[in-house]
Design a protein around this ligand. Sequence first.
Ligand SMILES: NC(=O)c1ccc[n+]([C@@H]2O[C@H](COP(=O)([O-])OP(=O)(O)OC[C@H]3O[C@@H](n4cnc5c(N)ncnc54)[C@H](OP(=O)(O)O)[C@@H]3O)[C@@H](O)[C@H]2O)c1
Length: 338
Amino acid sequence: MKAVVVDGQFGLDNIKISERDAPKVGAGQVLIKMKTASLNFRDLLMVQGLYNPRQALPLIPCSDGVGEVVELGDGVTRFKTGDRVATLFSQGWIAGEVKAAYTGSTLGGPIDGTLTEYMVLSEEGVVGVPDFLTDEEAACLPCAGLTAWSALVEQAQLKAGQTVLLQGTGGVSLFALQFSKALGARAIITSSSDEKLERALSMGAWKGLNYKTQPKWGKESAALTGGQGVDLVVEVGGSETLAQSLRAIRAGGQISLIGVLSGNVTDFNIIPVIMRGIRIQGILVGHRNGFEAMNRAIEQHQIRPTVDRVFPLEDIRGAFDHMAAGRHVGKIVIKISD
Ligand SMILES: NC(=O)c1ccc[n+]([C@@H]2O[C@H](COP(=O)([O-])OP(=O)(O)OC[C@H]3O[C@@H](n4cnc5c(N)ncnc54)[C@H](OP(=O)(O)O)[C@@H]3O)[C@@H](O)[C@H]2O)c1
């Protein structure tokens, strides 16, 4: 079978398609014929050696994918052959609070990921996906979709009438936009591009702010709420955005700390966090129960993930370059098989 591997050393120049033996299914496992995968910013960092420089190589990258169950191991009860399933980011996380050990069970590093024709996973580590979604759309759910869901629903418990601030028009932020709308909340979204802001407004964002031409977008977001501040910030920017997020948030509001697009080390003033009772909540994707709840909401609201572009497996380098250039809106998808 064909699989994409990063081999020898890290770097986009070291990704190649290699031939491997198809994996054998064991007790409690399912063999999946992979159809599609989607890229997350983490996958780019992983391949570049910036996510975990100690990651062992060779590695099959990517955490997210969708495929068809083609063989069952002994004792499998959750699925039957022919079922369409998506991968669970943290293979061991079924429900409850995050545990440190779960980072050892994540796909696309340290465990081999989804850019492969066949994959064997525990039946506990895959989830059915809504029928109405295409394989390309369903492949967007495991990391970006579930992370947005965990931030808005599981942690912040966003309510109708509240206001959320989203950063950029990447995978996590556009899912957060779609979920906010479904929950009856209004979304302010930032982008480096007026054209991308137009796109987000056409998807139902309430207001758009260009973070390049409006660098005080945090203060401006608070002003849009009449000075009170937003109820939730979905913080994906990291070091360059946290200070503005703290300007945007209301007293008692929550900042969901998710991403490090601009870096992961920053100084910020602790005093307003204390005096204004702001909650800063780290998010690590989410658990399987959350994934299943998200799927029900997606079905009920007929939410279609935003697919920016689909690349064939053979052009995996083109897909990573497209992400690195930041030209995308929403998700970049890889077609593995029909
Ligand atoms: N903690 C978790 O569980 C978790 C899960 C998923 C993702 N993440 C992290 O969250 C971040 C976003 O992931 P993603 O997969 O959604 O990425 P993505 O799809 O590649 O999104 C990138 C987009 O973010 C915007 N952006 C880039 N730099 C920015 C900045 N300095 N300020 C504001 N926006 C900026 C850009 O949008 P415009 O072009 O519109 O400006 C860019 O196109 C990454 O750091 C990723 O590692 C964490």
